[in-house]
Design a binder for this molecule. Sequence first.
Ligand code: UT7
Length: 336
Amino acid sequence: MHRAVVLGTGSCLPRRVLTNDDLEQMVDTSDEWITSRTGIHTRRIAGDGEQNYQLASQAAEKALVSAKVSAEEIDLVAVATLTPHMMMPSCACFVQTEIGAKNAFAFDLNAACSGFLYGLDMAEKYIATKPDMKILLIGSETLSARINWQDRNTCILFGDGAGACVLTGAMETTRTTRTTEAKQRGIVASNLYSDGSLWKLLYMDSPASRNPDLLLEERNGCFMQMTGRDVFKHAVRAMEKAALDLLDLQQISIQDVSLIIPHQANIRILNKLTERLGADQEKVFINVDKYGNTSAASIPIALDEANRQNRLKQGDLVLLCSFGGGFTWGSMLIRW
Ligand code: UT7
């Protein structure tokens, strides 16, 4: 059996740091409120030369170096994003040109904050049938362009950035027993879910939309809209259930997991999730304090930081969990 293995990771954050003190000058909020309710201290905001595809391309180039793979060897460039540079062409096509991945086909996928997890699942399915394929998967967002900077409910939460990884098929073991299979590196299993019926709790309308599903007063341009408290509850419950079901199905205990990388939305969500999973706090990777919620970029940025901090050792079990607009959510186990 071939498993999809992560060969290398990379990330790129914009230069500009926006602090809670800066936000105090912009809306009626305080560092104390933001820190205690979200755990966020700073977030990065894209500027000149830092459009979505440019952040994505820089993250991709670092992932290629880390994977020791050239751009020409890449067969597929996929970008998970809800803030593409343009509606058409895809962000992935811009990245393909920017990095010179001239032998690849390229497309975007949108599953909001779960986009990177959905992308990993898709990459695994490609690799199951074409193990030699080299896939460059990126999660990249410039959410700052789609935030109403007068809305204190949302503007304090989000940030910009990009993360990437290169995947390919693991070497097939010649005689696969249950034990060797269990120890085999790569994506072990995943579960993905969606519930479109709750979309109004978290949405972003299209620019210049004539969307008949929205009342006139709900068409505020194209900014992020969120009913935070409800999203919070759904996020905790959904990620908890997805992760526990996956562990149960794989007959893996949470104690066997070396590192948990959840979508970085809010420190209170992460703490509740940690508690409900019965996980040790030091096994949960956290960088929401530095970057806020970067949507589809949050898991790959965290994965890259964990990788570069040597928190991922070969053979370690890593658990990813995500939740986002749609609603979309899921979890995944990777043997690093
Ligand atoms: O990736 C998935 C996407 N999103 C999320 O995961 C977000 C999930 N939700 C959350 O993180 C939290 O719900 C928030 C951080 C957004 C809000 O925290 P909360 O504890 O749920 O606060 P709340 O919305 O219930 O608001 C409590 C109070 C309200 O005032 P009143 O009605 O009690 O007078 C808000 O108006 O806090 C007020 N408030 C603020 N005050 C100062 C809301 N935003 C702010 C602010 N500064 N920035």
